[in-house]
Design a protein. Structure first.
Length: 289
């Protein structure tokens, strides 16, 4: 029995080694090298130096510009998350009540943004959001605006485009939770005199909260780390953390400072994920206790 158990554990390690090696090589090692680079000194003439210092982190924490970047990134990610929840939850509930044939067709439409290259998708949106684009022309034709609305190179445009691609993550998360619900519970509440709104608020919504929170975590983290959309839609007028990192690496060539900002962004995202996971675990205990 002991030999069998030892052999089984050995086989598990052998089978998991390729995935573990890929995880270490493609994620852990680059992150570790980035963290080490963030402590290197920098000289404008010689580039990164083989000297270690905390000056990069001191510069970030002592400069209000970076506080503004992180605050803008957090508010942008939070706005995208809220909009995705407000649109995604009703959309998923409506989708769950469709016929199976219609569900498949609408799932393809909802998941469509994930099947298109981020650059192609963003360039398509830049055409729609331009001053002479489809949206401004439609608003002008309907008489809703007197002059073109500034959507390109604005935070509004960035939020719109990010919402378009992040919405499927909320739909998928809420859909997986919705499939576990017992429809008879809602019918029982209705039969006892509860109205549609009360049934949704007190019966359905509490059971959907784990899926909503899971989708919110995914949307927030992906929005905070998004680069192509803020860079192409926001341009130079809407600077966020990821575009600042890009500038430090490729424009200023100050790799250590860019690495320090990247590490701080990663730490912030990890803190949000850990805190949200604890909230989800607490909610699971309340719902399924």
């Amino acid at each position: 029995m002991v030999e069998t158990t030892t052999r089984s554990k050995g086989q598990q390690w052998v089978l998991s080694f390729p995935a573990l090696a890929m995880f270490l090589g493609l994620l852990v090692v680059p992150l570790a090298l980035t963290a080490i680079l963030s402590f290197n000194a920098f000289d404008a003439m010689r580039g990164p130096l083989e000297e270690y210092t905390l000056s990069n982190y001191v510069e970030v924490f002592s400069d209000g510009y970076y506080y503004e970047l992180f605050l803008r990134t957090a508010l942008m990610s939070l706005a995208v998350t809220v909009v995705c929840i407000l649109l995604g939850v009703p959309e998923t509930i409506i989708l769950s009540r469709m016929r199976p044939a219609w569900q498949g067709a609408f799932f393809v439409v909802i998941l469509g943004p994930l099947l298109i290259s981020v650059v192609v998708r963003t360039l398509g949106w830049s055409i729609l959001l331009a001053r002479e684009g489809f949206i401004n022309n439609a608003l002008s034709s309907l008489g809703l605006v007197d002059r073109p609305v500034q959507l390109m190179f604005s935070m509004t445009g960035v939020i719109i485009v990010l919402t378009h691609v992040m919405l499927p993550f909320v739909v998928i998360s809420v859909w997986s939770t919705l499939q576990k619900l017992d429809a008879q519970v809602a019918h029982a509440a209705r039969s006892l005199g509860a109205g549609p709104f009360t049934t949704f608020r007190r019966i359905i919504l509490p059971q959907l909260l784990p899926g909503i929170l899971s989708g919110a975590i995914i949307v927030f983290t992906l929005s905070a780390s998004a680069f192509a959309t803020p860079a192409l839609i926001g341009g130079r007028r809407v600077k966020v953390v990821t575009t600042a990192i890009y500038d430090e690496f490729l424009s200023s060539l100050n790799w250590p400072l860019g690495a320090a900002v990247a590490v701080l962004l990663l730490i912030g995202i990890v803190l949000v994920v850990v805190g949200s996971n604890r909230m989800i675990e607490r909610k699971f205990k309340q719902v399924f206790a």
